[in-house]
Design a protein around this ligand. Structure first.
Ligand code: GLN
Length: 488
């Protein structure tokens, strides 16, 4: 087995048995990046020297039997909107192009405490706003399965990097689907944890009531390992849950016998690609054949979720992004006439089009004349969606759905923002209701593009969801390796 193809579990076992060293593993991945990164552009920063030093330190710990955890020496890639002390954190925005955080995000601290090595920072849609990683100020990322297609977004750099075998683990952030949709497009596993299970301290805020950090991995078991590494209470995030967190790997292979799974009929909406529909049917059959009981059900508010999401997330974004003014940190326009002009020029030059669109939309829905008509109404819809899901989880352990309406689309194909927003239709309800969900690679389209299926569970329902996801993964054909073909 090649060093760069290992899962977290395989690499961790190989390190523990002294079959490989952390330096060898890190070098293997750096070589792979050197070989393939040019064709996919997944990384804003490669931390080669830093990572090799950390790997040496990790090897010393293992030699002395003082390793920090089973993950000691495993390299990971971090989405570039998660703060890394001393390492640039740009959010793929010109306004933070040269921003070097003076502190680590909670998840990065947790990684360091467990010996997990930061190998690089992954490209994203600017400030995580987008579904294709085309909105990056530093150039788009390509899908390793077809270079003429997008990897999804906004964590497209993280998903494409794992798919391209640059690391066994990457962190993404998911506000409306940004972990699950790119994972689906790139043929890897993406998990959005329950809201409040992973601290948002040090995650650059987009929409604070929806944002959640989560793992992108090559297997469901690895997703469970990664949750063990990042979940937990942190008092620096007031929405972080102070509860007992389980060992997420426990019982993962116990099977789905007797598990009740709901399939809302609204998911078969117009625009659902036939191959995705077939993949969903195959997934349902696979779970049924293992003893799960899958029933058709209803989620009446499904059709309002996307609208509510774009109103709420834009309103929160406009507030969160007001801090970039050219004074405190980040880019500052060089030519200005007074303080107001400094703000205007800086923001005008520093932000890209999509970010500006969200801020305009956000200010509009929050303005006094429209607050009740849009923002208040969206909050009410949010409550209704939550109630719909609460009712479903009285009856079902999990909900099954497509991760995205179709496989990865061509770069440049969705220049109309509404078309782009529609790719999130299956993922946003989960964030709106604060649930957990996972995208599992389940099928391959006729064009050789991966198709992911999503499983959703109630808050803190990860252990049950992981069981179903593991069963689904075992029953699905292996994805194989991406081709790095296509494109210009
Ligand atoms: N694609 C969605 C958006 O553009 C979701 C983004 C995300 O989850 N960060 O808002």
């Amino acid at each position: 087995m090649k060093l760069y193809d290992m899962t977290i579990k395989q690499a961790s076992d190989a390190l523990q048995n002294k079959q490989i060293s952390a330096v060898e593993l890190t070098k293997g991945l750096l070589n792979r990046i050197e070989d393939k990164e040019q064709s996919v552009s997944t990384l804003n920063t490669v931390c080669a020297d830093f990572a090799l030093k950390e790997a040496e330190a990790s090897d010393k710990r293992r030699a002395a039997n003082t390793q920090k955890s089973m993950f000691d020496g495993i390299p990971a890639i971090i989405k570039d909107n998660i703060c890394t002390k001393g390492i640039k954190t740009s959010c793929s925005s010109k306004i933070l192009e040269n921003f070097v955080p003076p502190y680590n995000a909670h998840v990065v601290e947790r990684f360091a405490n467990q010996g997990i090595i930061t190998l690089g920072k992954a490209n994203l849609d600017e400030f995580a706003m987008g579904s294709s990683t085309e909105n990056s100020a530093f150039g788009a990322t390509s899908n390793p399965w077809d270079l003429s297609r997008v990897p999804g977004g906004s964590s497209g750099g993280s998903a494409a990097a794992v798919s391209a075998s640059f690391a066994p683990l990457a962190l993404g952030s998911d506000t409306g689907g940004s972990i699950r949709q790119p994972a689906s497009y790139c043929g890897v596993v993406g998990l959005k944890p329950t809201y409040g299970a992973v601290s948002r301290y040090g995650l650059v805020a987009f929409a604070s009531s929806l944002d959640q950090i989560g793992p992108i991995t090559r297997s469901v078991e690895d997703a469970a390992f990664a949750l063990n590494a990042i979940c937990g209470h942190d008092k620096r995030d007031t929405t972080s849950m102070d509860v007992e967190y389980p060992d997420y790997t426990q019982g993962i292979s116990d099977g789905v016998k007797g598990m009740k799974i709901g399939l809302p009929k609204e998911y078969f909406a117009d625009g659902l690609d036939t191959e995705v529909k077939d993949a969903l049917s195959a997934a349902v059959k696979a779970l049924e054949s293992q003893g799960a009981i899958v029933e058709e059900t209803t989620l009446p508010t499904f059709e309002y979720a996307l609208t509510a999401y774009y109103i709420i997330s834009s309103a929160e974004a406009t507030s969160n992004l007001s801090r970039y003014d050219g004074v405190k940190y980040g880019y500052r326009a060089s030519d200005f006439d007074g303080i107001t002009d400094l703000y205007t020029q800086t923001r005008n030059q520093g932000f890209g089009d999509e970010v500006k669109r969200r801020m305009m939309l956000g200010n509009y829905v929050l303005s006094s004349g429209y607050y009740d008509a849009y923002y208040m109404k969206a909050l009410k819809v949010r409550t209704l969606i939550k109630q719909d899901f609460d009712a479903l989880f009285e009856k079902y352990d999990c909900i099954i759905s497509p991760s995205a309406p179709a496989p990865a689309f061509k770069a440049g194909e969705k220049s109309d923002p509404m078309q782009m927003y529609l790719t999130d239709i299956y993922t946003v309800p989960v964030n709106i209701a604060g649930l957990t969900a996972i995208s599992v690679p389940c099928a391959m389209s006729n064009l050789g593009l991966p198709i992911g299926i999503q499983l959703i569970a109630k808050p803190m329902g990860e252990p049950t969801m992981l069981k179903a996801a593991y069963a689904l993964e075992q029953a699905s054909p292996p994805m194989g390796q991406p081709t790095f073909k296509g494109g210009a």
